[in-house]
Design a protein around this ligand. Structure first.
Ligand code: GLA
Length: 403
């Protein structure tokens, strides 16, 4: 469930911070890398992520009262404490403890929550890197609190609840990160649809490798990138409303989902050319074309057609860079290096504005791609700790176990 050294270090920290009795639960929630389907979830269109081997772990001792106490193995994340209530005042914006508060408040509004916990927390998902360290932090706390308070929910409801919970931090996010952290499956990537959450686990072909590379430019979802992200969600709503208000859209389905499933893409793009202009036209074009790419990518993975999947990743990146305008020079550089070194496709993953790129290559090409990224991107960046560049392993979703 957890690497033995990590568990031992967490136990030691728990003992040092809280003393006896020892913790009784371990909750673990993975980060994710999104393979394709970016900035689609909050528009009601599917995403195609996989859960990672990297996760956030909570070593937990239930309490008899409604207090939550947290210590983090990472020293820069100081100890935190709060009381579970139906309206929990947030810590400062960007504070790591807010993700735990988000989980607690959401549960407390839905269930009588009587018991909090003392926990030691350790994460090895790179932070603010577009790999969902924040949702993993939230989901781990959510599962621990549910277990302690004997609350149970069917998975799709829990995925929806976790997505709503994260809005506590002020990001109008979609549901991808929480859904995959809860629902991930080892050896699979998952096409996920929303409202309600539906998952199609798709087996990962044995010789495919997804190389993740961190720009080392922080894309802090609770900080600076928040405004840019929220602006995109507004632009998408406005683009749809204006599109539908145009006479040439009369009689068409009224949601992005309906449009992508009911109108051939080319026709849709032609109509968008008539109904929209400027930024709104570009945002609309990204959303509908990216939505259509997810289904094509799922079919490509099922056939084991890595070249087709790679082409879709390339098209996704182009669209994110030119139409959605969320790439950066560092992301473009990582994508270009991976492609030149033999990757079949590469793109930014997550919200953009920094964070990570992901590249698809066949197993035999992977060492070359990793070597090229290390040499051409990281050699000049002293912050590179060996953590920034790795091959993703499709992993299981979040779990709680009794110790
Ligand atoms: C962030 C959000 C997700 C999703 C991605 C972009 O990770 O949390 O819900 O919108 O950005 O695809």
């Amino acid at each position: 469930m957890l690497e033995p050294e990590r568990l031992a270090a967490l136990r030691a920290q728990f003992a040092q911070s809280y003393g006896d009795p020892p913790p009784t639960l371990l909750a673990r929630a993975p980060g994710r890398v999104n393979l394709i389907g970016e900035h689609t979830d909050y528009n009601g269109l599917p995403v195609f992520p996989m859960a990672l081997q990297r996760n956030v772990a909570y070593l937990v001792r239930p309490r008899a009262d409604a207090r939550v106490r947290l210590v983090n193995r990472e020293a820069r994340y100081g100890a935190r404490e709060f009381e579970i209530e139906r309206a929990i005042p947030p810590f400062e914006q960007g504070d790591w403890g807010n993700y735990v508060k988000a989980a607690a408040q959401m549960l407390a509004t839905r269930f009588p929550l009587r018991r909090g916990f003392d926990a030691a927390v350790d994460g090895n998902v790179p932070l603010a890197a577009g790999l969902s360290s924040s949702s993993a932090t939230l989901v781990g706390a959510l599962l621990a609190l549910m277990r302690i308070n004997q609350v149970e929910l069917p998975l799709p409801e829990l995925q929806e609840l976790a997505a709503q919970a994260e809005r506590y931090v002020g990001v109008a996010g979609g549901g991808m990160d929480q859904a995959i952290s809860l629902g991930g499956r080892a050896g699979h990537a998952l096409v996920i649809d929303f409202h309600p959450v539906r998952m199609q686990p798709t087996p990962m072909p044995g010789d495919w490798r997804f190389v993740v590379a961190n720009t080392l430019v922080m894309a802090e979802k609770s900080g600076a990138a928040r405004e840019a992200y929220n602006a995109r969600t507004r632009e998408c709503r406005e683009a749809l409303a204006r599109f539908l208000a145009h006479p040439s859209a009369a009689g068409l389905p009224t949601s992005y989902y309906g449009l992508v499933h009911g109108v051939p893409l080319e026709g849709l793009l032609t109509l968008a050319g008539q109904a929209l202009e400027g930024e709104l036209q570009k945002r609309f074009r990204h959303v509908v074309s990216e939505g259509a790419r997810v289904e094509e990518a799922r079919l490509a993975m099922l056939r084991g057609d890595a070249r087709a999947f790679g082409r879709l990743m390339d098209a996704s990146h182009r669209s994110l860079r030119e139409d959605y305008e969320v790439s950066s020079s560092e992301l473009d550089q990582l994508v270009a290096i991976a492609r030149e070194a033999g990757a079949l496709g590469a793109r930014l993953s997550g919200a953009g504005f920094g964070g990570c790129s992901v590249a698809l290559c066949l197993e035999r090409e992977a060492p070359r791609v990793v070597e090229a990224l290390a040499r051409r991107y990281y050699a000049a960046r002293p912050a590179f700790s060996g953590e920034a560049l790795f091959i993703a392993e499709a992993s299981d979703g979040a779990r709680v176990v009794e110790l």
